[in-house]
Design a protein around this ligand. Structure first.
Ligand SMILES: Cc1cc2nc3c(=O)[nH]c(=O)nc-3n(C[C@H](O)[C@H](O)[C@H](O)COP(=O)(O)OP(=O)(O)OC[C@H]3O[C@@H](n4cnc5c(N)ncnc54)[C@H](O)[C@@H]3O)c2cc1C
Length: 342
C-alpha cells in the first residue's frame, strides 16, 4: 500500500459521540497522534437525537441543554488538534505486515493507524419511520421524528405516536407548549418509566391500543390522522397540527462485526481495560459491554480514559499507566497561561 509515515496515527477513533470526543481529548493528553472518523457530517453521536433535552447527570455540569453539552464536548475534543474526518463509515480492517492497521471506509478511503478505538455506539442508527405510503412527503413540514425546537408546538394540537421513554418524555415536554397533546400507542402498556407515564396521563389524551393508519393532508401539510384500534380495527379520525413519531431506532453495526470481535447481547466484549479480543483494538461507550458497564455519557467518559490508557501501553509498555492529572500536567502550561492572562 502506498502510504507515508505521516499517514500513520497512534490511535484512530471510530465514532464521534461522547465516547469518541472525550477519547480524542484524553489521547491528546497522552501525546498520541489522533484521528477521529465519524460516519455522519457532525460530531455528537446519539446525543443529536435529543438536542433540546436537559441533561442533569454529567458530573459537575449544571443542567444543560444537550446541544450545548455537545458543543462543549466538541471544543474539548479539539484541544490537541486531532484530525477529524466526517462522512466516512468505516467498514473493513486489515493489518499490514509491519503491524499497522488499515481501516477502509465504505467510500473506499484508507486510514493507517497503530491502534483502533471503537466508539461506534449503537452503530449506524436509523430512525424507525412510519411505514405508511406517502408519509415522507410531510417530513419537511409537520411530521417529526425528533424535536429540535419546542417553540414551534406552541398552542398547537400535537399527536405523538409511541410508548417508550422518548415518546412519553416528548409528551410531557409538550404540556408547557401545546394546546392539546394526544398520545397514540399500539399496546395498552407503556414501556416508559412509571412516573413519567403517570405524569403524561394526568394531562394528555392517551389512545391505546391504537396505531396510526393513515395521514390526510392538504399539499405537504398533514391535517388529519386516521388511527386504528389494534384489536378491533375501529378507525377514528383526529384533526391535528403536528405529528411526532417516536418509534425508536434500528441498530446496524455494518461491517464492524465481521472483523472477528467477540460479542455479547449488548455489544462487543471488552475486559476491564477496554481491550477487545483483537490485540491493538479497544472499545468505549455504548458499543461495548462488560460486567458493570454504565450506558450513560459519564460511563462513556470512564471507558474512554481506560481505553486510551490501554492503547498507550500497547504502543509503549514503559509509559505511565495514566496521564498526569490535568491540574499539574505540563501539556496545559501554555494553555493555562493564555486562559489566566486572557
Ligand atoms: C432518548 C435518550 C436520552 C438519553 N439521555 C441521557 C442523559 O440524559 N444522560 C446520559 O448520560 N445519557 C443519556 N442517554 C445515553 C447516551 O446518549 C449514550 O450513552 C451515549 O450517546 C453513548 O455514547 P457513544 O459515544 O458510546 O455512542 P453514540 O452517541 O451512539 O455515538 C456513536 C457514533 O459513532 C458513529 N459511527 C457508528 N458506526 C460508525 C462507523 N462504522 N464508522 C464511523 N462512525 C460510526 C455514529 O454515527 C455516532 O455518531 C440517552 C439516550 C437516549 C436514547
Amino acid at each position: 500500500m502506498n502510504r507515508k509515515e505521516t499517514d500513520i496515527y497512534d490511535i484512530t477513533i471510530v465514532g464521534g459521540g461522547p465516547a469518541g470526543m472525550y477519547a480524542a481529548f484524553y489521547s491528546g493528553m497522552r501525546a498520541m497522534r489522533t484521528k477521529i472518523i465519524e460516519a455522519k457530517q457532525e460530531l455528537g453521536g446519539f446525543m443529536r437525537t435529543y438536542p433540546e433535552k436537559l441533561v442533569w447527570d454529567v458530573g459537575g455540569v449544571d443542567p444543560i441543554r444537550c446541544e450545548r453539552l455537545i458543543d462543549a464536548l466538541e471544543r474539548q475534543a479539539k484541544t490537541f488538534d486531532p484530525t477529524i474526518v466526517f462522512g466516512q463509515e468505516i467498514a473493513d480492517m486489515q493489518r499490514s505486515e509491519d503491524d499497522i492497521f488499515v481501516l477502509t471506509s465504505k467510500t473506499g478511503e484508507h486510514h493507517y493507524t497503530r491502534t483502533i478505538l471503537l466508539c461506534a455506539g449503537r452503530g449506524m442508527t436509523q430512525v424507525q419511520k412510519l411505514d405508511i405510503e406517502g408519509a415522507n412527503r410531510y417530513e419537511l413540514t409537520n411530521l417529526h421524528y425528533t424535536v429540535t425546537d419546542l417553540s414551534r408546538f406552541k398552542d398547537k394540537c400535537v399527536l405523538i405516536s409511541g410508548g417508550g421513554d422518548s415518546a412519553v418524555d416528548w409528551a410531557n415536554e409538550m404540556e408547557k407548549w401545546a394546546k392539546q397533546v394526544i398520545v397514540v400507542h399500539r399496546r395498552n402498556e407503556f414501556t416508559a418509566h412509571e412516573l413519567p407515564v403517570a405524569q403524561m396521563k394526568a394531562f394528555a389524551k392517551v389512545m391505546a391500543p391504537y396505531r396510526i393508519a393513515r395521514l390526510y393532508g392538504e399539499g405537504d401539510q398533514i391535517e388529519t390522522v386516521a388511527i386504528e384500534h389494534t384489536e378491533n380495527g375501529a378507525i377514528e379520525k383526529i384533526a391535528i397540527d403536528e405529528v411526532i413519531v417516536s418509534h425508536g431506532y434500528d441498530r446496524d453495526f455494518g461491517h464492524l462485526l465481521r472483523w472477528g470481535l467477540a460479542k455479547e447481547d449488548y455489544g462487543v466484549s471488552v475486559d476491564l481495560r477496554m481491550r477487545t479480543n483483537i490485540p491493538g483494538i479497544f472499545g468505549a461507550g455504548d458499543f461495548i459491554t462488560y460486567g458493570s458497564k454504565v450506558r450513560l455519557i459519564a460511563g462513556a467518559f470512564q471507558d474512554a480514559v481506560l481505553a486510551v490508557n490501554s492503547a498507550k501501553l500497547y504502543l509503549d509498555p514503559a509509559a505511565p499507566d495514566m496521564a498526569g492529572v490535568s491540574s499539574h500536567n505540563a501539556r496545559f502550561f501554555e494553555k493555562n497561561k493564555a486562559i489566566i492572562q486572557g
